[in-house]
Write a protein that binds this ligand. Structure first.
Ligand SMILES: NC(=O)c1ccc[n+]([C@@H]2O[C@H](COP(=O)([O-])OP(=O)(O)OC[C@H]3O[C@@H](n4cnc5c(N)ncnc54)[C@H](OP(=O)(O)O)[C@@H]3O)[C@@H](O)[C@H]2O)c1
Length: 228
């Protein structure tokens, strides 16, 4: 299969890319940091990389070239994200905007760019990586209003697109992750020890991306042992 994953230069996305390649799938790995992407590429000849900032539209042409070489996309994983841990009243509009852009609009861009290639797969799966913070009724944490609300938007988008793409045989689901030990979590909660490593979470994401569309469409699955 052909896989596109955003946010693959580190953390969970890095491990997901490696696991897919180890299973023999072709991977297009996206992120901004080209040095880290080059490190990832060394892990397997099945991994191609593209340095791209998904917070603007400028990468449209470069990703098109990569996708043409791919010809079809079977799985798109919208995993790129950013978190700013600040109380609501101290958070600037620019900081809210950044999180909406990185956690929500980035996925919209990538879905629009990959849509023609997802169609060609005949049975493709979009997996949006959201957060327990954006999951309705979950515990909420001080300092995460901007982050959680942007992840909530991604959840609602998931439900809408599952309906909109039904006739296209494109399934759309979201995973609302709990705590995983990555740089993002450590920067927000330095004293907290997460119950899962990025490798462990990556295993679930890979399995779900491959098999989940047989059982779910338009669903939001909490994947959480614990939240900070
Ligand atoms: N770790 C947790 O506990 C946890 C819990 C719930 C949900 N999540 C979600 O899981 C996903 C992965 O998180 P993580 O913990 O692995 O975070 P991470 O280690 O900080 O990795 C985030 C990834 O997103 C990429 N990224 C950020 N902004 C980008 C942009 N504008 N354009 C392209 N790529 C961008 C980063 O790469 P560059 O900097 O190279 O661009 C990096 O590869 C995120 O969506 C996060 O919100 C994580």
């Amino acid at each position: 299969m052909n896989i596109v994953i955003s946010g693959a230069s580190k953390g969970i996305g890095f491990e997901v890319a490696i696991k897919f390649a180890n299973l023999g799938h072709r991977v297009l790995a996206l992120a901004r940091n080209s040095d880290k992407l080059k490190q990832l590429q060394k892990a397997s000849p099945l991994i191609d990389i593209l340095s791209i900032d998904l917070c603007n539209d400028l990468g449209g042409d470069s990703i098109q070239t990569k996708l043409n070489a791919f010809s079809k996309v079977d799985i798109l994983i919208n995993n790129a994200g950013q978190l700013i841990n600040k109380p609501f009243l101290n958070t600037s509009i620019e900081e809210f905007n950044l999180q909406i852009n990185a956690n929500y609009l980035s996925s919209i861009r990538l879905i629009q760019w990959t849509y023609p290639y997802l169609l060609k797969s005949k049975a493709s799966h979009i997996v949006n990586i959201s957060s327990m913070g954006g999951f309705q009724g979950s515990s909420k944490y001080l300092g995460l209003s901007g982050y959680s609300a942007s992840k909530g938007a991604l959840i609602t988008l998931t439900e809408c697109l599952a309906n909109e793409f039904k006739e296209d045989d494109i399934s759309v689901n979201a995973l609302a992750l709990g705590a995983v030990g990555t740089e993002m979590l450590a920067s927000a909660f330095p004293d907290y020890k997460a119950p899962l490593t990025p490798k462990q979470m990556a295993q679930y994401i890979v399995d779900f991306s491959i098999n989940g569309k047989q059982y779910f469409n338009g669903k939001i699955l909490p994947v959480a042992l614990d939240n900070p």
